[in-house]
Design a protein around this ligand. Structure first.
Ligand SMILES: Cc1ccc(Cc2cc(O)c(O)c(C(=O)NC/C=C/[C@H]3O[C@@H](n4cnc5c(N)ncnc54)[C@H](O)[C@@H]3O)c2)cc1
Ligand SMILES: [Mg+2]
Length: 214
C-alpha cells in the first residue's frame, strides 16, 4: 500500500541519520528532499537564518505553529539551553505521529512537547495547560492564513512580552501578505525581512522577524 510523504521522510531519517544526533537528522531530511522528493521543511538556507535568530534570542520558552515532520522542531530544540522548552502544535494526527518519531530519533524529545490540535484551540490553553506565562520566541510555519489571527490571539491571551521574537516562514512563497501588512504597520512590532529562497528551490522566499515592543 502507498506510503505518505512524511512516512518516507521518517524512513530516510532511520536509514541515513545517526540516532541521537540532531544534525544528522537535519542533513538526512535535507538530502532526501533535495534528491528524492521535495517537502515543506524550512530547509537548510532558511534553517540557518532560523538557527541564528534562535541562538541570538536563546529562548527559555518557544512556541512553534505547524510541526509537519518535525524538521524545524529539531533545528530549534538542538540549540536550546538545558531547562528550555519548545511547544510545537500540529493538528494532523498522522503527521504528528511521524514528527514525534523524528524528534525522538534526534534525541531531543526531552526539550520538545508536541501538542496535537489546532493553534486556534490550543493557544488560549497554553497558560493553564503548560504553565507558560509568556513565550520568548515563536516560529510561525502553519497555514499562512492563520498567521494574523493567531498573532492576534497570542496578543489577546497575554502570551507575548516586551522583547518576544516572532519569526514567520514563507512570507513571500506561498506568501502571507495580510501578515506582512498587519505586522509591518503595527507600532507594537519592530520588523525585519530576511531574504532567502523557498526550501530546496531557487524561488524567492524569506523570513519576517518581528519583535513585540509591549
Ligand atoms: C503556491 C505554493 C504552495 C506551496 C508551497 C510550499 C510551501 C512551503 C512552506 O515552507 C510551507 O510552510 C508551506 C505550507 O503550506 N505550510 C503549511 C504547514 C502545514 C503544516 O502545519 C499543520 N497545520 C496547519 N495549520 C495548523 C493549525 N492552525 N494548527 C495546527 N497545525 C496546523 C498542518 O497539518 C501541516 O503539518 C508550503 C509554495 C508555493
Ligand atoms: Mg514553511
Amino acid at each position: 500500500t502507498q506510503t505518505t510523504r512524511p512516512q518516507r521522510i521518517l524512513k530516510a531519517v532511520q536509514k541515513n541519520a545517526t540516532k541521537g544526533d540532531p544534525d544528522s537528522v537535519i542533513s538526512a531530511i535535507d538530502h532526501y528532499c533535495k534528491h528524492s522528493e521535495w517537502a515543506m521543511n524550512v530547509g537548510d538556507e532558511k534553517g540557518s537564518i532560523l538557527d541564528s535568530v534562535v541562538s541570538e534570542v536563546n529562548p527559555s520558552t518557544v512556541l512553534e505553529l505547524g510541526t509537519y515532520c518535525g524538521y524545524s522542531a529539531v533545528r530549534i530544540a538542538r540549540l536550546l539551553s538545558p531547562g528550555s522548552k519548545l511547544i510545537t502544535v500540529e493538528f494532523n494526527p498522522a503527521i504528528a505521529a511521524i514528527a514525534k518519531q523524528i524528534i525522538a530519533y534526534a534525541g531531543i524529545q526531552d526539550k520538545v512537547t508536541l501538542v496535537e490540535g489546532s493553534s486556534g484551540d490550543l493557544i488560549p490553553k497554553m497558560k493553564e495547560c503548560f504553565g507558560i506565562t509568556s513565550f520568548d520566541f515563536i516560529f510561525l510555519d502553519h497555514w499562512k492564513d492563520r498567521y494574523v489571527p493567531d498573532t492576534k490571539l497570542l496578543e489577546e491571551c497575554g502570551l507575548l512580552r516586551k522583547g518576544t521574537v516572532l519569526l514567520a516562514d514563507n512570507v513571500i512563497c506561498p506568501g502571507a501578505p495580510e501578515y506582512l501588512k498587519y505586522i509591518r504597520n503595527n507600532r507594537r512590532y519592530e520588523s525585519r525581512y530576511y531574504p532567502a529562497h523557498l526550501e530546496y528551490t531557487k524561488v524567492e522566499d524569506g523570513l519576517e522577524k518581528s519583535i513585540f515592543l509591549g
